[in-house]
Design a protein around this ligand. Sequence first.
Ligand code: PLP
Ligand code: COI
Length: 366
Amino acid sequence: TVSALEFTQELSTNPKSASERATILANPGFGDYFTDHTAVIDWKAAEGGDAQWQNARIEPYGPISIDPAAGVLHYGQEIFEGLKVYRHADGSVVSFRPEANAARLNLSARRLALPELPEELFLESIRRLVALDQDWIPDGDGAALYLRPFMIATEAFLGVRPAREVSYRVIASPAGNYFGGELKPVSIWLSSKYARAGRGGTGEAKCGGNYAASLIAQMEGEANGCKQVLFLDEFNDNAVEELGGMNVFFVFADGRLVTPALSGTILHGITRSSVLQLGRDRGMDVQERKITLDEWRDGVASGEITEVFACGTAAVITPVGQLKSETEVIGSEDAKPGEVTMSIREQLLGIQTGTVEDTHGWLTRL
Ligand code: PLP
Ligand code: COI
């Protein structure tokens, strides 16, 4: 069966030296460095038959050769995932909820008319890559090896239809704090001109096109001193959706923990679902519902909303200090990280890094 595909292995002939690696791991940043290997699985038709997953392999990390007519280069048929791998004090190597990433990859695959990848192949691709490159897992507060599985249409064909040849790959990159430096509340920019998703679109798929659509808004935000962009819903009724690469939460003084409901246009964040569970465990009144800009503004003004935070695999949990737009500022640049935000962050990071008990079975040993 496909889930039992054998991986072949070609080792890198010029891996980074231990000292080069140590220098990188001392200050990994986010997404700047890559490990020595990559996992690959192709999907194509065998002689006259249906397309299937085949040729699973580990290759040295490096540039890939692709036909200039490949579908991904023209029509953007691409999806990706992001998950982290940690080394615990007892030496075990674990990843956080990889089965959820496998499931979400397939949700994205269905929307982008790409083939679904069996969960066991997804997990095996990660196990094989991490087994080889585990010396790349950084130590240090919140540091991890970030895995980036992705799938691209490789068939050379300019007609507009789903590709019949596809490639799935995993690359790995040591990661520290996504926003760089020490953790402090970030400012976010309200995108009033640009949307990242619309009704029936690809908002809840993790596809490159969504990020391409967000970049101009992100640039506008950066020009205004902000680190991330907030997108509102597509109905023009000012409902909060999510940030360019993170979900968003509101902590209320009365113990409510509120995040926008999954409306079809926002990503089903795995950190989001974990935070909802941790909130329930604490007896908070957890709500997935519509929350508008007006409720945010009024809630901060009245003291009803005490904390706002962003969450995602890359960002972990990051306090939001203020929301800025062309016309107003909600919150403050000098806000201190909120107590609930930091407590949930500590708990989540503790579970991930093995210092807090994993009562939900979120860790998978690789
Ligand atoms: N929203 C967007 C647009 C993202 O890119 C991400 C990052 O993956 C998230 C939310 C958070 O998702 P997760 O917690 O699964 O990383
Ligand atoms: C992640 O958190 O995994 C993301 O994909 C966010 C961003 C780096 C695109």
